[in-house]
Design a protein around this ligand. Sequence first.
Ligand code: NAI
Length: 381
Amino acid sequence: MNNVGVIGAGTMGIGIAQVAVQNGKKVVVVEVNEEVLNKSKAGLFKTFDKLLEKQKITIEDISNYKNNLLFTTDYNELKDADLVIEAIIESLSVKHAVFQSIESVVRPNCILASNTSSLSIASISAVLLRPDRFLGIHFFNPAPLMALVEVIPGVQTDIKVTELIKNEILSWNKKTVLVKDTPGFIVNRVARPFYGEALRIYEEGIADFATIDWAMTHFGGFRMGPFTLMDYIGNDINYTVTESVFEAFYYDPRFKPSFTQKRHKEAGLLGRKSGKGFYDYSEGVDAPLPNKDEALGQAIFNRILAMLINEAFDAQFMSVASREDIDIAMKFGVNYPKGLLEWADEIGLEQVLVTLQNLFEEYGEDRYRPNPLLKRMVYSN
Ligand code: NAI
């Protein structure tokens, strides 16, 4: 595949365009908003300059990249594309309109893909004349830095298209995982308890933000604790993802959003980008100190990790992805220190099950039900 089209020059689109052009592709970036188009182009060229300064690329590379990039507002420029990746706003009707207008422009063997995080591949493909050549290719933010790409065939995707795309994206130096078209795919589904259970522990008054963050970084080796990470992602974005996964799972209590995060979002306490979130990022404000009580920290970590592992088991149990791919996804999509299923093996499945059973018994809430696959594996040794 030599010619790649990217639709949308926002955060994700421009990142995907960078990945493609740095892997030797000719890239056409189509954007409706000319101002955004120019700004994103300038931003990308600045990124190239920074990479040059760091000696990661050469002057010749930059000149090749610039020659191979076309920024336009005209969909007709996609006529030679072998692959088109759409990364526009998360609206089903707008995505439908875009795919309908490009389907007649692109070549018959051009593969069409969406970078959607929360819409189903099936629903986007519904308006296509040729849904067999359409699938999900889900990059993570920032696309040039995050190694993972989830490849998501829809119910109508031709298996050959999926294979072709898996190999193509692998050749872009990315790790790919194959995922069933289910809400949140792997990462945005399996990672939910990292935020949700941390918020729940806070709401119960067990510990404050700093202590929960300390427990997860100190005992778990996570790069950031949940509240630091939510502030980093933005409480608006993180809350919306949780809410959409909760709705898509027919309100399964495992994914229930938190009032605490909702109130932060409503109040404009979005995190780093607004200067305040769970923490205050103003100049001169010291970060709050955690309560470094070892027993408390260990209990918090055990509880959140058990909930994450339960979710990973559920993804395997429901055939969302293979065991290997679930672990790869969490290591490379959200930089977890270990894959959750390998982690479960390491600490012992029985211990994970006991933690979940204790929570389930104490709270009597469906949210804590241990996954049947985990139970089967423990009971069958
Ligand atoms: P964004 O808001 O930064 O960029 C979207 C761009 O699409 C905007 O520049 C907008 O002007 C443009 N656009 C809107 N309608 C268009 C049209 N008809 N034709 C061409 N361009 C159009 O959004 P972002 O964050 O880049 O997200 C894009 C997609 O990627 C969404 O589907 C989102 O769910 C998904 N995604 C986002 C991630 C993130 O962390 N931001 C991560 C992974 C996937």
